[in-house]
Design a protein around this ligand. Structure first.
Ligand code: ZN
Length: 490
């Protein structure tokens, strides 16, 4: 397959020509959420970044198998090898079964992903469904001499590994510095050194998520599931492993170490990472009080912003930045994105009504090439979007009679917007907030007419308006100074 897609590889620290191991098949694995709460803004960026990559690879003609896992066991509260399991903690607080917590937030995550118009992955494996395979990998790493068993737990032996291979090659960290700068956390004294990480942990008596193994009744370490499930579904060596930059260390570094220790080589050809989202210039975090869930964003129920934003405005906002740049979230920035999105869709509406001439005075072919070039340059969506806006200027100039377009060029121009806006950027007019605004305005207009009818004492008409709106699911509440209304069913 011919393509000129270059993608930045975190491992080599440069853009590389994308050449799949087994073209036209492409294997892509992305670390999914640990499902102990509703998805937040930080989940939206990797979801949309890798959705863009998924869509573009399919557009180029590749047959892509996209695997995104669900972490439902083994991710402990302090991201290290001690403390409670995140899912178990939530289950205890909410008095639920751990798997009830998992199901609740998997459902919620899927709902949010649909709202953002991300395509579902081809396979969505769960850690708890792959305990046997994880135990097999632990056994293999033990057999190869890169792990040790102590008190029923199995730890990865980083010093041993580093004698033969290079621990830290993805994140650029040097083991000696790590060792000098790390103190042992409580409960980790059994490790040979504090940077060894758990492959298998013996469950404490209060730990309720555990499985039998030859080492102990216990559970897998967090990093293990991704090494296991990626190679199970994508093969011994596969093309793309993605995730947020915050996962480079220790999660992905440990994944590489596990794969190399078990099979002698890294399973991944291209490591791809999206940068983080900050909020008003600050890192987002529950403890910082600036933590926004996607449900709050879409419903407007958040103190930080005070307005609801459509999923498409959020999607467009994220796509307006290159995935490797940091992105600062603020009301103003989203307003600007919302306005830009409306302008884009208004341009597409104009495109659908412009008339053709004998000859073109505009260059449509070069626009198509520029759009492709932008994506081929490490998925440069902001440059792509700026070309699409340049195209809107052309469309408006044709609409105003300042330029002309031939029939063939018009067909091509419509194709460009269909392909790049809807298929590849995955923007979707139906869930765009513009239509919600329009609904709000239409209902307000009808209800103002009803108020006028009431003032004229035309109660027959005012009741009829109320009853008709009720039939389609709108409930009207009369207030002293006007009215309120809400949708009771969709
Ligand atoms: Zn992972």
């Amino acid at each position: 397959m011919q393509n000129k897609l270059f993608i930045y590889n975190t491992l080599s620290r440069k853009k590389e020509l994308f050449e799949p191991v087994n073209s036209p098949f492409v294997g892509m694995y992305v670390c999914g959420p640990t499902v102990y709460g509703d998805a937040h803004l930080g989940h939206a960026r990797p979801a949309i970044t890798f959705d863009l990559l998924f869509r573009y690879l399919k557009h180029l003609g590749y047959k892509v198998r996209y695997v995104r896992n669900i972490t439902d066991v083994g991710h402990l509260v302090n991201d290290a090898d001690s403390g409670e399991d995140k899912i178990q903690k939530k289950a205890r607080l909410d008095q639920l079964e751990p798997m009830e917590v998992v199901q609740r937030y998997v459902n919620s995550f899927h709902n949010n992903m649909n709202q953002l118009n991300t395509l579902p992955p081809s396979i969505e494996p769960r850690a708890s469904g792959h305990i046997i395979e994880q135990q097999q990998m632990v056994a293999q790493i033990l057999k190869n001499g890169f792990a040790y068993e102590i008190n029923g737990s199995v730890y990865f032996d980083i010093e041993k590994y580093n004698q033969k291979y290079n621990y830290g090659k993805l994140s650029g960290r040097v083991l000696e510095d790590l060792l000098n700068n790390t103190r042992a956390l409580d409960g980790q004294e059994e490790k040979k050194n504090p940077f060894d990480f758990a492959l298998w942990k013996k469950a404490d008596p209060e730990h309720i998520m555990h499985w039998p193994s030859k080492w102990s009744e216990g559970y897998p370490g967090w990093h293990l599931e991704c090494s296991v499930m990626s190679t199970k579904y994508l093969g011994d060596t596969f093309d793309i492993h993605g995730g947020g930059m915050d996962l480079v260390f220790p999660h992905h570094e440990c994944e590489i170490a596990q794969s190399v220790a078990a099979s002698g080589h890294d399973a991944v050809k291209y490591w791809v990472h999206n940068n983080m989202i900050t909020i008003n210039g600050q890192k987002m975090g529950k403890s910082l009080g600036n933590f926004i869930t996607l449900n709050d964003l879409f419903s407007g129920e958040n103190e930080l912003l005070g307005k609801k934003f459509s999923p498409m405005a959020i999607r467009f906002f994220i796509l307006q930045a290159h995935y490797r740049s940091t992105l600062d979230f603020s009301s103003d920035a989203i307003y600007a994105a919302e306005k830009g999105l409306h302008k884009l869709f208004a341009g597409i509406e104009t495109l659908n009504k412009i008339t053709v001439s004998e000859k073109s005075s505009v260059d449509v072919k070069s626009l198509e090439q520029k759009c492709k070039d932008a994506l081929n340059d490490d998925l440069n969506s902001p440059i792509l979007i700026s070309h699409l806006f340049d195209g809107i200027k052309i469309i408006n100039s044709i609409d105003k009679g300042k330029n002309t377009i031939s029939k063939d060029d018009l067909v091509l121009l419509k194709k460009i917007y269909n392909v790049f806006v809807f298929d590849i950027l995955g923007l979707n007019q139906e869930t765009d907030c513009g239509s919600n605004d329009l609904l709000d305005k239409a209902v307000d207009a009808i209800l103002n007419m009803r108020l006028d009818a009431k003032k004229r004492k035309d109660f027959e008409l005012s009741d009829k308006i109320r009853d008709e709106l009720f039939k389609i699911g709108l409930v009207i509440k009369d207030k002293k100074d006007g009215f309120e209304w809400e949708i009771t069913r969709q």
